[in-house]
Design a protein around this ligand. Sequence first.
Ligand SMILES: *Cc1c(COP(=O)(O)O)cnc(C)c1O
Length: 435
Amino acid sequence: MKLYSTNNHQINVAFPEAVFNSMPQDKGLYMPDHIPTLDAEFLSHIGDYSLPEIAFKVASALLGDAIPEGDLKLLVEDAINFDAPAKRLDKNTYVLELFHGPSLAFKDFGARFMSRVMAYFLNDDEQMLDVLVATSGDTGGAVALGFLGVPNTRVTILYPVGKVSEIQELQLCTNGQNIHAIAIDGTFDDCQHLVKQAFSDVELSTKRRLTSANSINISRLIPQTFYYFYAYAQMVKQGKTEVVFSVPSGNFGNLAAGLMASKMGLPVKQFIAATNANDTVPRYLETGIYETKPSVQTYANAMDVGAPSNWVRIMDLFGQDRSVVQKLVKGYTYNDEQTLHAIESIYKRYNYVACPHTAIAWLALEEYTAAQPNEDFAGVFLSTAHPCKFPAIFPIEIAGDIEMPEQVLEMNSKVKQAVAMEADFETFKAYLLNL
Ligand SMILES: *Cc1c(COP(=O)(O)O)cnc(C)c1O
């Protein structure tokens, strides 16, 4: 597998290099130079395969000879060890639950795969990999739990103390082993600033092998294609072949992966990009003008992104042709009031509790479906997180109906361990050098 930069198609790097660099020098994003098409035989029998089988098939097509098949099969089975069921809510409406992994969010797909790919390419005699993450809540948990127990790696998470939810804090601070949490007396921006300073510090980068394992890493995108194929497989099993996916979007990695799957031959009738008030992409699809904005805070806070980093990947996939992207992707945007109302409607109609991000995807699917009264298709909206991660948002009667998953019950009995620290770089540096 070779990859180029979206800023320079002449660049040509091997998969391990793209994984450890995360981002090309020219600040573009890595993309595979060839998107393979899956064989028709496989696609016509896709309903017969399990999630790990599909994941292996898709990964080996994409990665080519970057990882030998036997090793890749084990890696995929280890990374994708939880289900992604498409639950039927009514005749043609399905919710694809992507939150059955350890951090209760779909980011587990990316984080678990990435951590195992990194560990795979680290030789035993190599220096330990130090992963630094600043988190405002969701990403830190997925990365921490993704790397938990992965040999030759160590994770340091910085989070703003008092500014993450209880479950998020438990996910960061109860792991032990190779995961260290630092509670910064400051904001998320302070945390991010400390991590950036660490990367530009000469002494640290000679004494430690640092990586950011951030969300634009190509090894986080690849595993997100798996569940689109698997969702389609579940629809085929129920005799449905016309499928629409509604994707709650922030940085647009999720949607980029879905579009990559469609380029690989997955027959998708329509993609829907559902956003909160951060509507850069729906506005672009409507007007042709791509104008980023500072992010605004919403209930669906994991989607509070004004300048979505993966959008360049999507435009690149389709040769910068807006008319092609416009046909494949319909954009919808909703405010907090509509989001809250959607949570209530979903609960009343299906007796189902959706997190705010998921509720936005449902709203967009509803609006799209209402505009195609004579068409018969399965509408699948992606559920990106378990509702228990956002307890403050739900009205009491709905909150009381949220089932606590096993992962949370287990964490509750553990002791939180975090190092308290001022937002001061010299202190942070000394900490890293002492690890
Ligand atoms: C990260 C996240 C999103 C946004 O996904 P993107 O790939 O950045 O578009 C949506 N919902 C939840 C719960 C998330 O954590």
